[in-house]
Design a protein around this ligand. Structure first.
Ligand SMILES: [Zn+2]
Length: 435
């Protein structure tokens, strides 16, 4: 028990230091929201990186602005800028990295606040990106600054990054930085991604994804004599019918040990993302009639989300086997299957040091039991895991996940303070090897 007292004292000091920075936290969050980093197309990345860089420079960080030249979407008009700031302590030790994406999705309709105004109302800050995830970014900066102000000679190093393009796959952001070695385990040992998962929850990882395209082929003919052609849409109808009778029930029965939230995603799922057959949709303003033709091609895009218990090969083979069953039954059925994009599921061990440290932080700062969750969709952890080969990574941050991408998105100021404390407590533990 000799260790307990000093830790408690340190946590009280950190709590006080963070609470004293409340106004700074609010202004920082507002400033970030007011830079409208919409993606697509990827606006104002350089501006937000410069803003973050100059702030962190003042707090003793070495700052690098890095453009992911040539990555998807990168252009002179919309360059993919990222910022990485690193503050060395006074002696050797591990590096703890806080990674936040700076991009936000389109605003959409239905707002009662200016989406880029950063309005404060009733203890909340409103705006696109408030919860996903500029509030989390601001909370992690305050946590790191408060910690470094109290104990500037800490062991190891603290890193904070603001990265591009998470909302469109992260290829000009974390994926590119990981390829450059910024997330190699020799350089960084622990990563916290302050995505909005609620302040008492630790997100261990995410389900996998496979996007694929299925095409069925037919033969064009005059629509008045369809028997002279072969309708690709009817062939696709047979595919959907087989999915309804065999695939969807099978997927729904496949439950996972991953603690995915919400519960409906705690199984394999598949979305039919789009379906098209026959003539192209007429352009806006066209007032004529269609011509009479039998469709010679139909195209479907599927979005299959899979579990840690499943392998990518099995997921692929399951769809191909379904198509082969339809083919065996159906004269003239021809298809092709093309995988478009695939990401494996990832889940950090519940015993990993970063999980344990954040658990203790939640207990100490919030006096409640932490909950482990897994995200139904992917986020940048995939790149840190697969490209960086860095396994000690979680998502933890303030904000309510359901508000992400919605109108009147907000983050609670008290939630940001609480999660900043949790992050600072975890930082203190990890830097001192109390993983
Ligand atoms: Zn996000």
């Amino acid at each position: 028990m000799a260790q307990a007292e000093p830790t408690q004292d340190r946590q009280q000091d950190l709590s006080r230091e963070i609470s004293a920075r409340r106004d700074d936290l609010v202004v920082l969050t507002q400033d970030l929201i007011r830079i409208p980093t919409l993606n697509p197309p990827g606006e104002f990345y350089r501006d937000i990186c410069e803003y973050l860089g100059s702030r962190l420079k003042k707090s003793g960080f070495d700052v690098k602005l890095l453009r992911a030249v040539g990555t998807p979407g990168d252009s002179e008009r919309h360059p993919r800028w990222n910022v990485i700031a690193r503050r060395e302590g006074g002696r050797p030790g591990p590096c703890v990295h806080f990674n936040s994406h700076v991009d936000v999705v389109e605003t959409g309709a239905g707002w009662s606040f200016d989406p880029f105004g950063g309005t404060v109302s009733d203890g909340r800050i409103y705006g696109r990106g408030a919860c996903d995830m500029k509030g989390g970014l601001a909370a992690s900066i305050i946590a790191a600054e408060a910690f470094a102000a109290l104990w500037p000679d800490y062991p190891g190093a603290i890193e904070i990054s603001g990265t591009a393009d998470e909302e469109t796959g992260g290829y000009g952001g974390v994926a590119w930085l990981a390829e450059q070695g910024y997330f190699s385990p020799e350089r960084v040992q622990h990563v916290i991604i302050p995505e909005p998962l609620n302040k008492d929850r630790i997100c261990l990882g995410h389900r996998g994804v496979m996007w694929a395209q299925i095409r069925t082929h037919g033969r064009i003919a005059h629509g008045s004599m369809p028997f002279l052609g072969d309708c690709a849409v009817r062939h696709m109808g047979a595919v959907i019918s087989e999915m309804e009778t065999s695939l969807f029930p099978t997927l729904a029965a496949r439950r996972t040990a991953m603690p995915v939230v919400p519960d409906g995603a705690r199984q394999s799922t598949m979305n039919i993302n789009s379906l098209h057959g026959g003539q192209a949709e007429p352009g806006a303003g066209f007032t004529g009639y269609p011509s009479a033709c039998v469709p010679d091609e139909a195209r479907m895009v599927i979005d299959r989300r899979y579990l840690i218990e499943e392998q990518a090969d099995e997921v692929r083979e399951e769809i191909v086997a379904l198509l082969e069953r339809v083919k065996a039954d159906r004269p003239g059925f021809r298809y092709d299957f093309e995988e478009l994009w695939q990401v494996s599921p990832t889940m950090t061990s519940a015993d990993a040091p970063v999980v344990k440290a954040v658990e203790r932080g939640i207990r100490a700062a919030l006096a409640c039991e932490p909950v482990h969750v897994v995200s139904p969709g992917t986020y940048d952890q995939k790149h840190i895991d697969r490209i960086g080969r860095l396994k000690d990574c979680i998502a933890y941050g303030p904000g309510i996940l359901d508000l992400a991408h919605q109108p009147d998105e907000y983050v609670g100021i008290e939630d940001m303070i609480d999660s900043a404390k949790v992050m600072a407590f975890a930082l203190d533990d990890l830097l001192h090897g109390r993983g």
